[in-house]
Design a binder for this molecule. Sequence first.
Ligand SMILES: [Zn+2]
Ligand SMILES: [Zn+2]
Length: 334
Amino acid sequence: MSRIFPLSVVAIMFIIIVLPVLLARSCRHPASERPRAAERIPIPSPGGKIPILVFNHLSQQLVEMELEEYLVGVVAAEMPASFALEALKAQAIVARTYTVNKMRSFGGEGCTRNPGADICTDPAFCQAWESEEQSLSKWPEADARQYLDKLRRAVAQTAGKVVLHNGQTIDAVFHSNCGGQTENSEDVWLSARPYLRGKLCPYCDDTRWSQTEHVYTGAQFARQILPYVQAIPVSSAGQPLLGAAERSSSGRVSQLSVAGENISGRDFRSALQLPSTNFTWRFVGEQVIFTVRGHGHGVGLCQYGADGMARAGKTAREIIYYYYTEVTVNSLPR
Ligand SMILES: [Zn+2]
Ligand SMILES: [Zn+2]
């Protein structure tokens, strides 16, 4: 067979065989069309580039990144990219503050679970992070490029900025949705922080998670709560045995009784996988229905509230000054 095809045959083969494959690929794998470096919105590094050692809990690898570039992946993983720009900017400042607090080059203790790392990507231990590739394949294809630009803009426009209290970076905790009122730090954890005070939050009202219902049969309730109590947690008729609840000033359950035994609100929440400890309940036959306000621990910045404030015209700085008491947003102390 001749090794030289006429040009027209090559062109026809390209149109019939190669082109459809290329097109199908680019449709099925939007992540394969990653933007080139020159097309990405640049992020400045005021005061020089800061290296950070990140342990990727999925690939089990220790990777060195540049702090500001790392933060793009944190904001992408921690807040919906559909949120308003000023909310994403507030999240970038909060994530930068949380990160710097962990970094050994800033006097932090690093990731306590992965020696050698400043921080890990496991949200159960440090802070969620995802690669640009993961973000691009997670987002709807039509929005992906615009979302990436928005996140990079949020990090770029806040580059080097952190939240300070008395000149020190704060413990910048945040949660998804406070359900109407944020919580004092000592009502959730042991230590009282002057900048983590409970606050009324009208801004997350009427959003996802502001109020949800969760239904359990007596048998489901018993199965999930049994590891936490000694007694049988349902009556002979199969109804959950729930007694009085002690509540914090914001209405979150600090303790409640199950079949006469006390259990903490936090344990109860995790046993039943409720979105927060701010709940009430009612019985319908053998079922118990929990009405839950908010999602998360409720301390510090409320993410849905931040989005509500941004949509009402507030700036990232105003959002942070609302959810953290007696703080300033300023450049990273070196
Ligand atoms: Zn960690
Ligand atoms: Zn809120």
